[in-house]
Ligand binder design. Structure first.
Ligand SMILES: Cc1cc2nc3c(=O)[nH]c(=O)nc-3n(C[C@H](O)[C@H](O)[C@H](O)COP(=O)(O)OP(=O)(O)OC[C@H]3O[C@@H](n4cnc5c(N)ncnc54)[C@H](O)[C@@H]3O)c2cc1C
Length: 348
C-alpha cells in the first residue's frame, strides 16, 4: 500500500471518478477508497442526461456549460451517445407547461413540437402532443467508473475498503486517511453522507428511486430511444426496456420494494401497448441538499478537507463540470467556488 498521495478521495461513484480524472489532468497524484459492498448509486443510474427535465420542462441554468463539460468528459472515454428523446404530452396540465416554455425552448434549439416514429406511435397510449427534446444523450456510467477504477488500481492507488470517520485525522502532511498521508482529503460519499458527523451540519435530504428493466414481447424501436412519460423515463432498445424512476423522500435505504415495482408496472401497462416481462428491479438513493443544488467546497473549519455531494437526480450531467471547478479550487488557493454550489452557503 502506497503511503502518500496529494489527494485522497473517499468514494468512487460519479463524483469521485470525475474528480479523480480532473485532478490527474492537472498533474495531481490521487488515491481513492471505495467500498463496493456499500453500494454505488451511480452504477444503477439509467444513464440518461438532458438539460430539459421534469413535468414542467425545467431548463438547467447555464445548461450549455453543463452539457459541454459532460459531452467532453464522457466523450474522452467513448462513454456517451446522443439519443432521440420524445416527451409525450398527456392531459391539459402538460400541454399548458409546454405552451409556457415552448418559445424559450425553441429559441435555444432545445426542443420542438414533433411526431413519434410510426412504429412507436402505434404502440403507446395516444398522446395529445409530442415534443422532441433535441439535447439528450445516454452515458455508459459503468464504463466510466470501471475505466477510472482500473486506471487507479493498476497504479496501486485504489483501495477497496470502507473508511471509517475516525480513520481520517489531521497529520503533518495534512490528513492521514486509513494509513495514507495526503495534503487533501475529499469526501465523495454520495448517500453515505447521511452518516457523516464531520458534515452533519449540512441540510441533507435523500430520495430513494427505483427502476425496472426487462423484455418486450416484440421490438418497437430497433435503435435506442428515450420516451419521457409523466416525469418518468422509458428507454427502449430492441426488445429491452428500462423504466423509472420512482421518488421516495427521506429514505436512506436503497431497497427494492414490491410497492414500487407494482406502481411502475401499472404505469407502464397504462402507456405501453406491448406485453412486457420485468426481469430486474434496482433501487438507489439520491443524495440531495435542502435547496436542491449541489454542495462542493472546503469544510469551513478544516483546511484541505473537501466535499463533493448533492448531485440529486442529475448527477451524470452535473458531475463533470463540478469536478472541474472543484479540482481547480484544490490545486489553486486563488480559485473560488460559485456561491450557489459552495457548501459554505449553509455554514452559520
Ligand atoms: C433509480 C435512479 C436512477 C437515476 N438515473 C439517473 C440518470 O438517468 N441520469 C442522471 O444524471 N442521474 C441519475 N440518477 C442520479 C445519480 O445516480 C446520482 O446523482 C449520482 O449517481 C450520485 O453520485 P455520487 O458519486 O454522489 O454517489 P455514489 O454513486 O453512491 O458514490 C459514492 C461512493 O462512495 C462510496 N463510499 C461512501 N462512503 C464510503 C466510505 N466511508 N469509504 C469508502 N467508500 C465509501 C460508496 O460505496 C459509493 O461507491 C439516478 C438515481 C436513481 C436512484
Amino acid at each position: 500500500m502506497k503511503s502518500t498521495a496529494d489527494v485522497a478521495i473517499i468514494g468512487l461513484g460519479i463524483a469521485g471518478a470525475t474528480l479523480a480524472i480532473e485532478l490527474r489532468n492537472r498533474g495531481v497524484q490521487v488515491c481513492a477508497f471505495d467500498d463496493p459492498a456499500h453500494g454505488t448509486v451511480s452504477r444503477g443510474a439509467a444513464g440518461l442526461i438532458s438539460p430539459v427535465a421534469g413535468l414542467r420542462f425545467g431548463v438547467l441554468d447555464e445548461w450549455q456549460q453543463w452539457w459541454d463539460h459532460a459531452s467532453a468528459f464522457y466523450g474522452s472515454m467513448q462513454a456517451i451517445e446522443p439519443i432521440p428523446c420524445y416527451r409525450l404530452l398527456y392531459g391539459e396540465d402538460e400541454r399548458r407547461y409546454w405552451q409556457r416554455k415552448r418559445q424559450r425552448l425553441a429559441d435555444e434549439n432545445l426542443a420542438a413540437e414533433s411526431t413519434l416514429p410510426e412504429r412507436i406511435a402505434e404502440r403507446v397510449l395516444r398522446p395529445s402532443g409530442v415534443v422532441a427534446i433535441r439535447t439528450a444523450a445516454r452515458v455508459d456510467t459503468v464504463r466510466v467508473l470501471d475505466t477510472v477504477a482500473r486506471m487507479l488500481d493498476t497504479e496501486g492507488m485504489l483501495h477497496y475498503r470502507y473508511v471509517r470517520e475516525d480513520e481520517v485525522s489531521p497529520c503533518s502532511a495534512g490528513w492521514c486517511v486509513a494509513g495514507v498521508e495526503c495534503a487533501h482529503v475529499v469526501f465523495c460519499q454520495g448517500p453515505a453522507l447521511a452518516a457523516s458527523v464531520r458534515f452533519g451540519w449540512l441540510p441533507r435530504m435523500f430520495a430513494r428511486g427505483q427502476r425496472i428493466a426487462g423484455t418486450l414481447a416484440h421490438s418497437i424501436a430497433p435503435e435506442p430511444v428515450w420516451l419521457s412519460i409523466r416525469g418518468k423515463s422509458l428507454l427502449l432498445e430492441g426488445r429491452s426496456f428500462s423504466f423509472g424512476s420512482t421518488f421516495d423522500w427521506e429514505t436512506t435505504e436503497p431497497i427494492v420494494t414490491e410497492q414500487s415495482t407494482g406502481h411502475l408496472r401499472r404505469q407502464l401497462e397504462q402507456y405501453l401497448r406491448v406485453p412486457f416481462r420485468i426481469e430486474q428491479a434496482w433501487a438507489g438513493v439520491r443524495p440531495i441538499m435542502a435547496d436542491l443544488k449541489p454542495a462542493i467546497g472546503e469544510h469551513p473549519q478544516y483546511r484541505r478537507c473537501w466535499l463533493f455531494n448533492g448531485l440529486g437526480s442529475r448527477g451524470l450531467l452535473l458531475a463533470p463540470r463540478l469536478a472541474s471547478i472543484l479540482a481547480e479550487a484544490i490545486v489553486s488557493d486563488a480559485v473560488t467556488i460559485p456561491p450557489q454550489f459552495d457548501l459554505r452557503r449553509f455554514a452559520c
